[in-house]
Design a protein around this ligand. Structure first.
Ligand code: I22
Ligand code: ZN
Length: 196
């Protein structure tokens, strides 16, 4: 296959998957936007984590809440747990890589906060551990996963929200995760300020 055809195929597959999942995913995305809005308007905050591309997604989302998305509004409380290299290296060095997010959740998380846990496989051990820590702190978990939801799907509790992109390609799952995160930013702004 030529390079041009490969690129065309990526566009085609990405667009088709997005369209095929739009109805299935709109309900959990709406529920997650409402849960995040409730958290933020009750002086709560959102802690976000993930590995690799999902770490970038966690940071992308936190930046859009702290700064802005598409309209002017007050700063909203969100922290990516992927950015402080001293915290991350000390936990990984002294304990284990599987603890890098859960220790931060135990330190920063409060009752009523939301953990945004992102993994395309649903099987990243450090994200699963962060979910356990969030439950200990009586936080709500919004899980963005892929495939069959993996281990993350199995440890979620009633009241948590699961946005699972039922596809097998990591890249395609990531593309829909980013779309879901932008829907969440837009949904939070809409619930806060209405149609601007
Ligand atoms: O961005 C990509 C692949 O597109 C990679 O960096 C990918 O995020 C990493 O391999 C992650 O470690 C995968 O973890 P996960 O999504 O299964 O939790
Ligand atoms: Zn990637």
């Amino acid at each position: 296959m030529s390079l041009t055809k490969r690129i065309n195929k990526h566009f085609q597959e990405s667009a088709q998957l997005k369209l095929s999942l739009r109805e299935e995913l709109s309900l959990p995305i709406e529920a997650a936007a409402q849960a995040m809005l409730d958290c933020l308007t009750n002086d709560g905050k959102i802690l976000a984590c993930g590995n690799g591309g999902s770490a970038a997604d966690a940071q992308h989302f936190a930046a859009e809440l702290i700064n802005r998305f598409e309209i002017e509004r007050p700063s909203l409380a969100a922290i990516a747990l992927t950015t402080d290299s001293s915290v991350l290296t000390s936990i990984a060095n002294d304990y284990d890589f599987s603890q890098i997010f859960s220790k931060q959740v135990r330190g920063l998380g409060m009752h009523g906060d939301v953990l945004l846990a992102i993994s395309t496989s649903g099987n990243s051990g450090n994200v699963v551990e962060a979910i356990h820590a969030a439950h200990e702190r009586e936080m709500i978990v919004v899980a963005l996963t892929g495939r069959d939801g993996g281990g993350m799907g199995k440890v979620l509790e009633p009241g948590d929200i699961h946005i699972c992109v039922n596809a097998n390609s990591t890249a395609r799952i990531q593309e829909i995760h980013l779309l879901a995160l932008h829907c969440l930013c837009d949904g939070i702004d809409y619930l806060l300020l209405g149609d601007e």
